[in-house]
Ligand binder design. Sequence first.
Ligand code: CU
Length: 239
Amino acid sequence: MSSEVRNRRGAAHILAAFAALLCITAVAGAQGDVSGQISLIERQGADRSDPGTAVVFLEARGRVEPQGAPRPVLRQTTIAMTGREFVPHVRTILAGGSVAFPNQDPFSHNVFSNAEAGPFDLSLYRRGVSRSQTFARPGIYPIYCNIHSRMVSFVIAVPNPYVATVAADGRFMIANVPAGTYVLHAWHEHAGGPVTREIVVPATGLPGQHVVLDARAYVAAPHLNKFGLPYAATRADRY
Ligand SMILES: [Cu+2]
């Protein structure tokens, strides 16, 4: 083989590799990051809420091309019961995914929710036992224990995997969002229902989203037990 032919073949290979790279760049270019800042407004003198427990997610308007598989943790995750607390306090999951609730305390706990989207009751179980619940429908599910009224957590079941991690200072980022029109939802347990806004995400992404969540009306109040009654009123029903 002459050196000229070798050179031509080499050049063809480089061209092919370059074309492939362009192709990948074009696909990757169709998705960008959506980012911004959550601000929690609170009453003067109120205990500070943790913006890090806010949840920001996108609901697609119309069809978006999925970009790869969602993170496995969005399909199956865990909220432990330990030290009479649900840990972590807030979990986000894809609708249809499941959450395991292992009991790590040396006494029994219950797990229930009266959420409109799908009430459930995993009944009572001991240390070392774990039971799971599937969250079929998107929604906000407050999770309680029927014995310990202070045990509270939230499962947020979202319609697609475009979910932000919110930092303790309220900054958030949703990575790799395909270009399109979405409703941005921002939720915090102290701010009532989610705040929503429509956004158009270009292929280059959409930074600078500032979302204000108003927690000024929040008052810490006891919730009801699984029978819809105050906890103290059903002492006889305790396990
Ligand atoms: Cu409990």
